[in-house]
Design a protein around this ligand. Structure first.
Ligand code: IFM
Length: 485
């Protein structure tokens, strides 16, 4: 187990060349959902479903970044950030998801990228941060293989347009959320509650990633990088009783290993069939898919927010044949006396250490890692000491993980500014910059000033985390290749 020593607040320095940035996503900040020929996305549709999003909010206006991007680039310059991770809205560029390109949509990203580069800020472009064109959803969405092919075509369109100026490409953001939260639990767009469909979506997202990597590689110049971003949450059993440990392992499969094993382990996770065999026959898998999915990448993006503390819980439906798709007999709990964020999320920097060190020890061929998201949610106070503490302690844990051998190259704070937090709407705020949604006035918070000072002199003093990691993928055998493969 890791140990965090609160008394040992040693100063640690990040190496020269470490990348410092902030991150956002198209649907969360752009607004302007019908400007300049943008097509509909599944989030436009989802937000119109009664009860889907808190207070019936949507990304229709968001931060109006589509019109105010210059001001936002100026904020990044003030921060001293050397990099900016943003996503492209697929339906802005290809309103039907395929077919004719919408030049006006592309031009928006061209202008943004030019301004970033002029300001000395390196763009990190995410191709898919959840806003699938509705036209593709109408043809089956990520449940169907064709969407993976269309994604690779879209990647090619984007490289054609921005490849001269963008050297860092991220295919997917958090495929767990797209597939399981969107197609399995229905809490995100498209709001489906399917078992087989969600697992097919996970597979096709990974396949689309692999196809897009190959396509980008064909066109890329030396030094350009392609990666993928996963959200990682170590799962911790509340007791060492076998039933809790097994529950933690099932949760770990659902959230983490379902994705890391085929990407970096060369096989599907060994417990996929045992855990999900009752809801799918895996008929969406084809020979050769694993090789495509496992195409080597230049980096892994890790989004880390919290660990999951889990215990075994009774299945809601005793009959396995009738059980709902993602009832894994697991309950997530908040440990007593846990430090929590303004949103009640457990704050445990050691979980970031465990993620980084755990991945490094499990996957010998793991590429370098960028922390592509890490941040603190609250209700938007300007004197946000809780966010400063969170950032400081997670940066300290990052340094400790690097000392323990993790190859981490950069850190992107989520988020540059408050934005549309999906099903929670606008009430949850993660920004270094406060946004008044009535006036669109941006106001840097205390954390913005703290981060600016930190980027100028990246020395962090915070609790020290050490130790081997024994839970991220504890005791779970490496994956299996399908029969006949
Ligand atoms: O806002 C999200 C982001 O879109 C994906 N990662 C987690 C963030 C906070 O919930």
């Amino acid at each position: 187990m890791t140990a965090t020593d609160e008394r040992l607040a040693m100063p640690r320095t990040f190496p020269a060349g470490f990348v410092w940035g902030t991150a956002t996503a198209a649907y969360q900040i752009e607004g302007a959902v019908s400007a300049d020929g943008r097509g509909l996305s599944i989030w436009d549709t989802f937000c119109r479903m009664p009860g889907a999003v808190a207070r019936g909010e949507s990304g229709e206006f968001a931060c109006d970044h589509y019109h105010r991007w210059q001001e936002d680039v100026d904020l990044m310059k003030d921060l001293g950030a050397g990099a900016y991770r943003f996503s492209v809205a697929w339906p802005r560029v290809l309103p039907d998801g395929r077919g004719p390109v919408n030049r006006r949509g592309l031009d928006f990203y061209r202008r943004l990228v030019d301004a970033l580069r002029e300001g000395g800020i390196e763009p990190y472009v995410t191709l898919y941060h959840w806003d699938l064109p509705q036209a593709l959803e109408d043809r089956g969405g990520w449940r169907v293989r064709d969407t993976a092919e269309r994604f690779a075509d879209y990647a090619e369109v984007m490289y054609d347009a921005l490849g001269e100026s963008v050297s860092n490409w991220i295919t997917l953001n958090e495929p767990y959320c797209s597939a399981i939260v969107g197609y399995g639990e229905g809490r995100h767009a498209p709001g489906a509650r399917e078992g087989h469909g969600a697992l097919a979506a996970a597979h096709h997202l990974l396949l689309g990633h692999g196809l897009a990597v190959a396509r980008l590689r064909e066109m890329a110049r030396p030094g350009q990088q392609v990666g993928v971003t996963l959200n990682m949450s170590p799962t911790v059993p509340v007791t060492s009783a076998p039933r809790d440990v097994q529950a933690a392992r099932r949760m770990d499969l659902l959230v983490n290993r379902q994705f890391t094993e085929p990407l970096f382990g060369g096989a599907y996770a060994s417990d996929m069939a045992e855990t999900f065999g009752r809801i799918t026959d895996f008929s969406f898998r084809r020979d050769g898919d694993l090789d495509i999915i496992g195409t080597p990448v230049d980096f892994l993006g890790v989004n880390y927010y919290y660990r999951l503390h889990v215990e075994a819980a009774p299945y809601e439906e005793a009959d396995p044949a009738r059980r709902s798709a993602f009832d894994l007999g697991v309950r997530t709990v908040t440990p007593q006396d846990a430090r929590t964020s303004g949103l009640g999320w457990v704050v445990e920097p050691e979980g970031l250490y465990e993620t980084l060190v755990g991945l490094t020890s499990r996957y010998p061929d793991l590429p370098p890692v960028y922390i592509t998201e890490n941040g603190y949610g609250d209700d938007g106070v300007l004197e946000d000491g809780g966010r400063i503490d969170y950032l400081r302690d997670h940066l300290a844990a990052t340094c400790d993980a690097m000392t323990a051998g993790a190859d981490v190259r950069g850190y992107f704070c989520w988020s540059l500014m408050d934005n549309f937090e999906w099903a929670r709407g606008y009430s949850a705020r993660f920004g270094l910059v406060h946004v008044d949604y009535d006036t669109q006035v941006r106001t840097p918070k205390a954390s913005f000033h703290w981060m600016r000072d930190f980027i100028a002199d990246p020395v962090v003093t915070g609790p020290v985390t050490t130790g081997p990691v024994d839970i991220l993928v504890a005791g779970t055998p490496r994956g299996e290749r399908p029969a006949g493969d």
